[in-house]
Write a protein that binds this ligand. Sequence first.
Ligand SMILES: Cc1cc2nc3c(=O)[nH]c(=O)nc-3n(C[C@H](O)[C@H](O)[C@H](O)COP(=O)(O)O)c2cc1C
Length: 209
Amino acid sequence: MTKVAVIYYSSQGNVHKLAVAAAAAAEKAGAEVRLRRTAELSTETVVPGNDAWNKAWAEHLEAVQDIPEAAIEDLEWADAVLWGTPGRYGLPAASLKHFIDQTLPLHMRRGLVNKVMSSFTSTATLHGGQESTLLSLNNAFYHWGAIIVPPGVADAIQLAPTNGNPYGVSSVSRNEAGNVDDDNLAAIEYQARRTVEITAALQRGLGTA
Ligand SMILES: Cc1cc2nc3c(=O)[nH]c(=O)nc-3n(C[C@H](O)[C@H](O)[C@H](O)COP(=O)(O)O)c2cc1C
């Protein structure tokens, strides 16, 4: 059975919604799935003075307490990883990056070679750096010798106006909590299914299934 880890960071629930949908879709496609969030780095808000943002952040953190925090062992276990992060100035959130920084011993053992990676994001605005966020996240995957599986436009759902780009499913939140629409959910279902299918084919091809 193909093993998929969905590893994500979310402050206000947008990436969380995509991650939960990705996990359900990967399971539906026949994979064994772990849904994992990366740990908050600080109890201090990154947006001091923004009461609405801070309220949504606190409520979201409370709501996801039952979701286990990501561990390096989850990466060792997985055949494929679906990564989710909000876009922050065209970069992944620090929490997810901090988790990636902890992969060095695993990387040195070549423990991430040939694992499949696919990524998704959410930003406040349509041109707020979605592609850049995904491309900069993908840089780590090249170093690992991983296999990047983007959604591309291999399915028409990717062309829905709110889905954006071929690098990875991306939603536009307008900075509202959990603002993910049905097309975004259908697109992430497609991306997760495609990730499982390509991973299973790779496993068969490499004889690692
Ligand atoms: C520090 C910081 C930087 C951000 N930078 C951008 C940005 O460059 N472009 C953008 O469109 N949104 C930006 N945002 C907004 C988030 O990407 C957006 O609200 C996203 O939907 C949050 O996802 P989440 O609900 O999963 O946390 C930023 C938010 C924060 C806190």
